[in-house]
Design a protein around this ligand. Structure first.
Ligand SMILES: O=P(O)(O)OC[C@H]1O[C@H](OP(=O)(O)OP(=O)(O)O)[C@H](O)[C@@H]1O
Ligand SMILES: O=c1cc[nH]c(=O)[nH]1
Ligand SMILES: [Mg+2]
Length: 215
C-alpha cells in the first residue's frame, strides 16, 4: 500500500523518536525488558497524537503574578480500551500521559487456524456512552480483532473512537477502514504484507510474547 493509497482516516506518526523506537522494537535482539520499556515510551508519544483533537475551554487562573484566562480540557471524558493481552503494553504509556482516564479491557485471542478473534473477557466503565474511546493494541494484522472490539464498543454506545497501534498491515487497515470508516487509525507504520500465518511482515514478531516473555 503506497502512502497515497492509505484511507484518509490513517495517521502515520513519523516523528523521529517514534521511528527510532519502532526500529528498536522490531530488532529481534531487543530483550523482553527493553521491548516493554520501548512500548511504554512510544505509547506516550502516540497518546500525544491520539489526544490532539480534545476539546478545550477557557478557565480563569490566578498565577503568582496576575489573573489570566487559560485553557483546560472540556467535552467528553476519555476511556482507554486495551485489547488483551498485548494492548496492556500500550496502555501503561497512555496512562502516563492521561492518568485520569478510565480503562476498559476487551479480551480477545486470535484462533490460529481461522485467524478470527475469540472474545473471553469484556469489562468497560458503566458510563462508557459518556466517553470518547482510544482503543489500543500493538498489532493491526487482519484487522478482525480491532473490528470485533470496536463492534462491542459501538453496541454499548461509546462516543468517538480512535484506534492506536504500533504496526499495521495493509490488509488490517483496509478491513478496519471498511468496517468502521469513522474510526481514526493511528500507527507508527504500515508494513509490506501479512504472511500465511497472519503475521505482519517485516513486523516485530508476536507482540504479546515479546512483551510478556511467553516464548
Ligand atoms: O488483526 P488481527 O489479525 O486480529 O491480529 C491482531 C491481534 O493479534 C494479537 O493478539 P493475540 O491474538 O496474539 O493475543 P495476545 O494479545 O493475547 O497475544 C494482537 O495483539 C492483536 O490483538
Ligand atoms: O504480526 C503479528 C500479527 C498478529 N499479532 C502479533 O502479535 N504479531
Ligand atoms: Mg499474541
Amino acid at each position: 500500500m503506497s502512502e497515497a493509497a492509505y484511507p484518509a482516516n490513517v495517521v502515520i506518526v513519523d516523528h523521529p523518536l517514534v521511528q527510532h523506537k519502532l526500529s528498536r522494537l522490531r530488532d529481534a535482539a531487543t530483550s523482553t525488558a527493553g521491548f516493554r520499556r520501548l512500548a511504554r515510551e512510544i505509547s506516550l508519544l502516540l497518546a500525544y497524537e491520539a489526544t490532539r483533537d480534545l476539546k478545550l475551554e477557557d478557565v480563569e487562573i490566578e498565577t503568582p503574578l496576575e489573573r489570566i484566562t487559560g485553557k483546560h480540557l472540556s467535552g467528553k471524558k476519555l476511556c482507554f480500551v486495551s485489547i488483551l493481552r498485548a494492548g496492556n503494553g500500550i496502555l501503561d504509556g497512555m496512562l502516563d500521559l492521561v492518568p485520569s482516564a478510565r480503562v476498559g479491557h476487551i479480551g480477545l485471542f486470535r484462533d490460529p487456524a481461522t485467524l478470527r478473534p475469540v472474545e473471553y473477557y469484556c469489562k468497560l466503565p458503566d458510563d462508557i456512552e459518556a466517553r470518547d474511546c482510544i482503543v489500543v493494541d500493538p498489532m493491526l494484522a487482519t484487522g478482525h480483532s480491532a473490528v470485533a472490539a470496536i463492534d462491542s464498543l459501538k453496541r454499548v454506545g461509546a462516543g468517538t473512537i480512535i484506534f492506536v497501534c504500533l504496526l499495521a498491515a495493509p490488509e488490517g487497515v483496509a478491513c478496519l477502514a471498511a468496517a468502521h470508516p469513522d474510526v481514526k487509525i493511528i500507527t507508527c507504520a504500515v508494513d509490506r504484507e501479512l504472511d500465511d500465518h497472519g503475521y505482519i511482515r517485516p513486523g516485530l514478531g508476536d507482540a504479546g510474547d515479546r512483551l510478556f516473555g511467553t516464548k
